[in-house]
Design a protein around this ligand. Structure first.
Ligand code: ZN
Length: 195
């Protein structure tokens, strides 16, 4: 019985993901205060966002995508061939490696160097589409974690792409603002003509 209660407490709810056109995706999200970070509401929101991201499935989710205009993102990438349907070679080309679940609150990034890489990218809020999008290959991130501790991350490859994509969401930016628009494709046409 106790075990049931504990496991239920750690299980979040799957929330609807806001789709493009909703103004919440175009707003600049507000920063969280240290007190808010410790609150039950935010702890529950993090659990719900984890479940929502896993169910989608996705490798990152920003709070505006579930309708909350606050600076909070969750990230997790198993990066397996099975989950991504990419070969080991394709994963390696993207510099895509497993990233454990973590939370970034009030994050800021700066590019490390000016090297950029271009790959197809999609978004859970632009469901069913993808486009070639250029991103910095390496970034440095400062943020708070879910305990309110300051953290600093140096990320490269696909992880750096996820971070840039999610922080964009906190600034009201979507990948379609940055994409090479002539490559904008349905997921089915991407598989048919581009992969
Ligand atoms: Zn997105």
């Amino acid at each position: 019985m106790l075990a049931d209660i504990i496991s239920d407490a750690g299980r979040g709810m799957i929330l609807p993901i806001v789709q493009t056109g909703d103004p919440v995706l175009r707003a600049v999200a507000r920063a969280l205060t240290p007190q808010e970070i410790q609150s039950t509401k935010i702890k529950e929101l993090i659990e719900n966002m984890r479940e929502t991201m896993r169910a989608a499935p996705g490798v990152g989710l920003a709070a505006p995508q579930i309708g909350e205009s606050i600076q909070l993102v969750v990230i997790e990438d198993e990066a397996t061939e099975e989950k991504t349907r990419l070969s080991a070679e394709e994963l390696s080309k993207r510099e895509r490696k497993p990233i454990p679940f973590h939370v970034l609150i009030n994050p800021k990034f700066t590019a490390i160097g000016d090297e950029r890489v271009t790959f197809f990218e999609g978004c859970l809020s632009v469901d069913g589409f993808a486009a070639m999008t250029s991103r910095f290959r390496q970034v440095s991130v400062s943020a708070l974690n879910e305990r309110g501790d300051e953290i600093r991350i140096e990320a490269s490859g696909w992880y750096a792409r996820i971070i840039q994509h999610e922080i964009d969401h906190l600034n009201g930016t979507i990948y379609i603002d940055r994409m090479d628009s002539k490559t904008f494709s349905t997921v089915a046409n991407k598989a048919k003509y581009w992969d």
